[in-house]
Design a protein around this ligand. Structure first.
Ligand code: SAM
Length: 249
C-alpha cells in the first residue's frame, strides 16, 4: 500500500498513537514511522491503536481475536431493546469478549457466561474483563460442548460465517491479520450456526431467546432452519440488510 492511499484521518490517528506511546508531543517521529509501515503493510488500524470503543466500553484488540464491528454494537442495542431483565446470558464465540462484557454492563444483575474455542481469544477477553471491571465467566468450549447449564434466558452468537472458498477474496487487512478461526464458516458458511442451533435443540433448552448475527445471504436459510421455534424474527441493520435473527426455544 502507498502512503498516498491512506486517508488523512488515518494518518492523524497514527500520529496520535505515536504521541501516546512516546508520551510527548515532539519526539514521536521514529515511532510514527514504525506504525506507518505496519499500516502500509495492511495491518488494521485498530490493531495498531490497540483498543477500540465498543458501545460504551473500551475493548483491547490484537491478533488474538476479531476486531468488533459496528454491526455487533447494533446487535447489543437490539438485545437491550428487546430483553427486560435477563438473569442468565450465554455469549457463544465471544472473541474479544465485547458482546458478553457489554451485556454485563447493561444488565449488571445478570450472570454472563462467555465461551470460545480459541484460548488466545479467551485470554484477550479476560484482559478486557479486567480493564472494564466487568466480571463474566469465561471458559473454553467448542460451541456448547462444555456448557452444562440449560437455563439461559438469552443466548447470543456472532459466529464465523464466511464460506471457506471465499476467504481468499477478503481484504488483506482481514485475511492476513484477523484469526482464521473467527472467519471461516465451513463449506457453506453456516457450519457453526447450524451446529449451535442443533445443540440448543438437543440439549432441550427451554424459555431461551437466541440472538444471532448472520450474513445477509444466509438469513433466509437460517429462518427455515428455525421454523419449529417460536417468535422467529428477522431484523435489518441500519443500512437495511437482513443481519440479525431472533428466535425463542
Ligand atoms: C466472528 S468472531 C466474533 C467474535 C465476537 N463475538 C465479536 O462479535 O466480535 C467468531 C468467534 O467464534 C469463535 N469460534 C469459532 N468456532 C467456534 C466453536 N466451534 N466454538 C466456540 N467458538 C468458536 C472464534 O474463535 C471467534 O472468536
Amino acid at each position: 500500500m502507498e502512503i498516498q492511499s491512506l486517508p488523512e484521518h488515518e494518518l492523524a490517528r497514527l500520529r496520535e498513537k505515536a504521541k501516546e506511546i512516546v508520551g510527548n508531543q515532539e519526539d514521536y517521529g521514529d515511532v510514527y514511522s514504525g506504525l506507518l509501515s505496519r499500516r502500509l503493510n495492511h495491518e488494521p488500524l485498530q490493531y495498531i491503536e490497540e483498543y477500540i470503543p465498543f458501545y460504551s466500553i473500551q475493548i483491547n484488540v490484537d491478533s488474538r481475536a476479531l476486531i468488533p464491528r459496528p454491526e455487533t454494537e447494533y446487535l447489543v442495542e437490539l438485545i437491550k431493546e428487546q430483553c427486560s431483565n435477563p438473569q442468565k446470558i450465554l455469549d457463544v464465540g465471544t472473541g474479544s469478549g465485547c458482546i458478553g462484557l457489554m451485556l454485563k454492563k447493561l444488565f449488571p444483575d445478570s450472570n454472563v457466561d462467555a465461551v470460545d474455542i480459541s484460548y488466545e481469544a479467551l485470554s484477550l477477553a479476560n484482559e478486557n474483563s479486567v480493564i472494564n471491571n466487568l466480571e463474566i465467566n469465561l471458559y473454553h468450549s467448542d460451541l456448547l460442548e462444555n456448557v452444562t447449564s440449560t437455563d439461559f434466558d438469552l443466548i447470543v452468537a456472532n459466529l464465523p460465517y464466511i464460506p471457506t472458498s471465499t476467504l481468499s477474496s477478503l481484504d488483506k487487512e482481514v485475511i492476513e491479520f484477523e484469526p482464521l478461526m473467527a472467519l471461516d464458516g465451513g463449506t457453506d458458511g453456516m457450519l457453526y450456526i447450524n451446529k449451535l442451533i442443533t445443540q440448543i435443540e438437543d440439549k432441550n433448552f427451554e424459555n431461551t431467546t437466541l440472538f444471532l448475527e448472520v450474513d445477509v445471504s444466509h438469513a433466509h436459510q437460517i429462518l427455515s432452519r428455525l421454523s419449529t421455534w417460536s417468535e422467529v424474527k428477522l431484523v435489518k441493520d441500519l443500512v437495511e440488510r437482513d443481519r440479525y435473527i431472533i428466535a425463542k426455544k
